[in-house]
Ligand binder design. Structure first.
Ligand code: GTP
Ligand code: MG
Length: 371
């Protein structure tokens, strides 16, 4: 990454070497004409001079990227459960549907402590696991991006049969399509007198989502979260789609996960609800999650039980971080606590420098206004 010298950068952005050195000096970084710029320095300079630079994973150490994103040997890959994100308009029954799926499929253990807040659950059907992520209707777009997006394999669009296609239904569909994620439509509330599934099909066909039984390419499954009608069909449809996708991961490597949501919990401290994307996460692992870090103290599954380790596509709440990470942050396992701490500090430092570079610019502007 350190392959641009100060004078080369100055030439590229049409500035004098003095200006470049001056900007960094103002931030407490001493460089000379022939020094190589670090990624952080390049980012700060780009910000300052308002130029675009392409930096790949600017926050990550090169070794981490290599370690985690290395081409996986096919022989190490094993089948993993699909991760399903449930989306749709407010009140169309996303949470009810998920509740129904869980209560009929998950042995009802006493939910303890922090598990009520896990927005992700795993169920089993025909001996296959399926991971579900719930999203609130009113935040469909941002939620899709920040919570499930990075881990989502398939989206279920829930449409109430009595209400039909609504603004957030359309929004959810357009973002799912844009993300290139396959979608399945669940027409919910079929138990209602006023249910009109054909209307839902007609409305969706108008926006390019044609039902398979109407000659289109999308599976529509009529369901009722209240009576349980169609739930088995829905799960089977999901498993069929997942089979086609041949979802795989390598459970025998250091874990990589994504934060679905996070909070500060009494008695536990910072808690992050994550879904494992690859590898296996163990209690005792040193992790960095965005700008937070720590050693995994406990892994809590969606049924309230504790696990020692969890593999690909498993949702869980993890305890042991120094602070609350952000939704969408990536969890990476590293070998030592020193490594995660140092990288976390680097990321924090980078943020401070960026913020500082902004305020420096502002004060210079203020100054020229005064003159
Ligand atoms: P948000 O999270 O706010 O977007 O809503 P949601 O999509 O999760 O809907 P939720 O599951 O909270 O259900 C909204 C209302 O619809 C509740 O009053 C449910 O009881 C009702 N409802 C959900 N599913 C069904 C169903 O299959 N049949 C009937 N009759 N009512 C349902
Ligand atoms: Mg809900």
């Amino acid at each position: 990454p350190e392959n641009v010298r100060v004078y080369e950068f100055a030439e590229k952005v049409n500035r004098s070497v003095g200006e470049v050195i001056g900007v960094l000096f103002a931030l407490g970084m001493m460089v000379t004409k022939n020094d190589f710029l670090s990624k952080d320095e390049i980012e700060i300079l780009a910000e300052e001079f308002e130029v675009e630079v392409t930096t790949v994973n600017p926050l990550d150490e090169l070794e981490i990227a290599e370690d985690h994103d290395a081409e996986e040997d096919e022989a190490n890959l094993e089948e993993r459960p699909p991760v399903i994100t449930i989306m749709g308009h407010v009140d169309h029954g996303k949470t009810s549907l998920l509740d129904r799926i869980r209560t009929s499929k998950v042995a009802d253990k006493e939910a303890g402590g922090i598990t009520q807040h896990v927005g992700a659950y795993q169920v089993e059907k025909n001996g296959k696991k399926i991971t579900f992520v719930d999203t609130p209707g009113h935040e469909a777009f941002t939620e899709m991006r920040s919570r499930g997006a990075q881990a989502t394999d398939i989206v279920i669009i829930v449409v109430a049969a009595d209400d039909g296609v609504m603004p957030q239904t359309k929004e959810a569909i357009s973002h799912t399509k844009a993300a290139g994620v396959p979608l399945i439509v669940a027409i919910n509330k079929m138990d209602k007198e006023s249910a009109n599934p054909d209307n839902v099909k007609a409305q969706l066909s108008e926006i390019g989502v044609m039902a398979a039984d109407w000659g289109g390419e999308y599976e529509f499954v009529p369901v009722s979260a209240h009576t349980g009608m169609g739930i088995d069909d829905l799960l089977e449809t999901i498993l069929l789609q997942a089979e086609v996708m041949e979802l795989k991961a390598n459970p025998n490597r250091k874990a990589k996960a994504v934060v679905v949501e996070s909070s500060l919990e009494k008695g536990f401290g910072p808690v992050a609800n994550v879904i494992i994307k690859n590898g296996t996460l163990h209690v005792g692992d040193n992790v960095i999650v965005g700008k937070t870090y720590g050693r995994i103290k406990a892994i809590k599954l969606d049924d309230g039980s504790n696990a020692k380790e969890i593999g690909p596509s498993t949702p869980a709440a993890i305890v042991g971080l120094n602070e609350v990470p952000g939704a969408g942050d990536e969890l990476i396992v590293m070998d030592t606590d020193k490594e995660v701490r140092e990288l976390a500090e680097k990321r924090a430092e980078y943020d401070r420098a960026k913020a500082l570079s902004k305020s420096t610019k502002a004060s210079l502007d203020d100054l020229s206004a005064l003159i």
